[in-house]
Design a protein around this ligand. Structure first.
Ligand code: PAF
Length: 281
């Protein structure tokens, strides 16, 4: 695996590879890698000649400074994991490399994607995600970008970014990897103690239960029931349990039995914010 810290050097290297006809798969990350990230690398390798991954904890997407400061950092272990995986190139920029002095962020027209669900509870978050992914795509110029379905809304936002900026990049969304308990794999799980990690499995169990009860008609109470169950189980806060249109993320309170739906959750356990989702139809 080759490591680059400078965007212009990486870009030069990748242009040479593209001219040789080698397709580039890209897996952006914020590090603290787990099996979910490695499944993205494997998916990228299946479809591309060269796999590039990046590790960059992006300050502009954190609306909570404490969350940024406490974001897990396991860089040595990450490099070992990537070396053992199919990753060919690692981009490891510092903040100055991504946001040099004089950097002026665009404003990305994300529409209602920016005000619902994560957008509502994390103002500015998706503008920050777009800023960093825009910078990374302009450097890597991948044929295909690989993202995890666990960040369902982020996938939709980045699809919008690709369209807005006319990148010649396909988006490939990889299903969520789960622990045997059902808990969605996430770098934030590293901050849970063993007992909370077991408790956190209730999120997926709740969403699965909701799915099993879904039928046409009014559906809001399914979400309320899960929220109450989680609060009773010791979760301290529920930002949302929501059923939304799977294509637009508009909330759906009454289901016609046909519209494709997704159920999404954001909850706090011992101060850690955890998100998950499952497609319902
Ligand atoms: O999902 C993440 O890890 C981040 O939001 C991403 C896409 C790497 C941008 O910082």
């Amino acid at each position: 695996m080759i490591l680059f810290k400078k965007g212009d050097e990486l870009k030069k290297y990748l242009i040479k590879k593209a001219v040789e006809g080698i397709s580039i798969g890209f897996v952006p990350t914020m590090g603290a890698l787990h099996e979910g990230h490695l499944s993205l690398i494997r998916a990228a390798k299946e479809k591309n000649g060269l796999v590039v991954s990046s590790i960059f904890v992006n300050p502009t997407q954190f609306n909570d400074q404490q969350d940024y400061l406490h974001y897990p950092k396991t860089i040595d272990q990450d490099i070992l994991l990537l070396e053992k995986s199919a990753c060919d190139v690692l981009f490891l920029p510092d903040v100055q490399e991504i946001y040099p002095s004089g950097y002026l962020p665009d404003h990305y027209a994300l529409g209602s994607l920016e005000t619902v669900l994560e957008g509502k509870y994390r103002p500015g978050h998706f503008q920050g995600v777009c800023q960093v992914v825009d910078r990374l795509l302009a450097i890597v110029m991948p044929s295909t970008l690989f993202l995890g379905q666990k960040d369902y809304q982020q996938c939709m936002v980045i699809a919008r970014l690709i369209h807005l900026k006319q990148y010649a990049t396909d988006l490939h969304i990889v299903p969520t990897m789960r622990e045997t308990s059902g808990l969605a794999m996430s770098s934030r799980n590293l901050r849970l103690n063993e007992q909370d990690r077991k408790k956190a499995a209730a999120i997926y169990a709740g969403l699965t239960h909701l799915k099993s009860r879904l039928k046409p008609g009014k559906i809001q109470s399914l979400c309320d029931d899960i929220a109450n169950d989680l609060l009773r189980a010791g979760f301290e806060k529920v930002d949302y349990i929501s059923i939304a249109n799977a294509k637009t993320l508009d909330p759906v309170e009454e289901w016609d039995g046909e519209t494709a739906l997704v159920a999404l959750a954001a909850v706090f356990l011992s101060g850690i914010r955890l998100i998950d989702n499952i497609p319902l139809t």
